[in-house]
Design a protein around this ligand. Sequence first.
Ligand code: PFF
Length: 448
Amino acid sequence: MNNRGEWSSKLGFILAASGSAIGLGNIWRFPYITGSNGGGAFVLIYLLCVFIVAFPVMIVELTIGRKAKRNPVGAFKAIAPNSKWWIIGAMGVMAGFGILSYYSVVAGWTIAYIVKGVTGGLTASHLDPAAIFNSFASNGFLQIFYLFLFSALTVFVVIGGVKNGIEKAAKILLPLLFVLMLLLIGYVLTLPGAMDGLKFYLVPDFSKVNSHTILMAMGQAFFSLSLGMGAMITYGSYLPDDDDLFSSALYVTFFDTLIAILAGFIIFPALGGAPTKAGPSLVFVVLVDVFRKIPFGGVIAVVFFVLMAIAALTSTVSLLEVVTSYLIDEKGISRKKAAIGAGIVIALLGIPSALSLGANKFFTKIGFLDKMDFVFGNIFLTFGGLMMCLFVAYKWGLECFFEHLSEGCDHVGKPHFNRWLQIAIYFICPLAIAILLLYILLTGETLG
Ligand code: PFF
């Protein structure tokens, strides 16, 4: 197992894992869900879900990964041999395939929008952003081209390996993302109407809150923190035994949440109030419309989509790494072959999603991309999270779990800390996730 690779430092891990968490979920999904769920009140509930439910699950995943030093399938096999718990890991690998296939389609749009921005085909005043989006979305050739381009970028980084590929990319890209975001925030806050946008975003209006809002917030927290499919098991498997997992989990959760909140600080002031139409097109249509009308809008638009592409790439890399690490550990395939092979299969699997936005009647009618998001981005993730908590609580055993967690973690052994984590893993997380799952299954709701 020694040649699996390891992060070069704690900072390297924190940046790579934050890179996995920070993605389209923060910059594309979070603002439009906030927009359609009442603004400030949703933000508050989201924060509660992140720290009460999602954070303990993050600790669970990292601990399983570091203990077993394996991919999600191998991890369950190593900790619970001769049992069927490895199926949870196998579902995680499948979720990696599924999510990456449609996620790369949307990620490809960011590259297309950078190209359009640079060539002047995006923000010229005579252009209609909705028409641009629709004609692009229904162009099958371009959809597949950008899907393949983004998949190739992802494969390229993953071939580089843990230290020289994933960690290095995150070390360069994440600080860049942060600086670009701060620059954009500084700019949009000077726009007329910025304060109205901020008011919508920050002043909670609880009259809009109902059970649906809470469940949306939970689904978003899971997706955003890359939980439930073993991405954090995989990243945790490259951590040394003396790492303080509690602080690592806390940093990653904090950075992911910070970036989502900052994304809101870009989008709502730019919109100048409550969004009129808050759906998946918020960023690609509504925000582009804003960019058309403001000074330097063309440049700002390019910067914004570069930022989104960066965030997406560090996430697609983690999704592919789950599949790649499985093929390396369990099937003995070399990293290069595993990454390229999986990348090709995933890109091909993405074709129906790429064609489901107007290019092909059949896939458009069934809403293939949305269906993939529903099955893999919602059901698989929440079910995986639930099973991981149950695994620790009832199979591995909290005692063994705490014993491993305590290596390198000063907090473990302190009664308050142990009690809180026990209650979270035994009751709060499984119960909250089970309710969410039931809700999704009963209503067929696509969270996000
Ligand atoms: N967390 C990523 C985002 O917010 O865009 C999406 C994601 C990445 C989900 C990796 C799941 C995962 F394993």
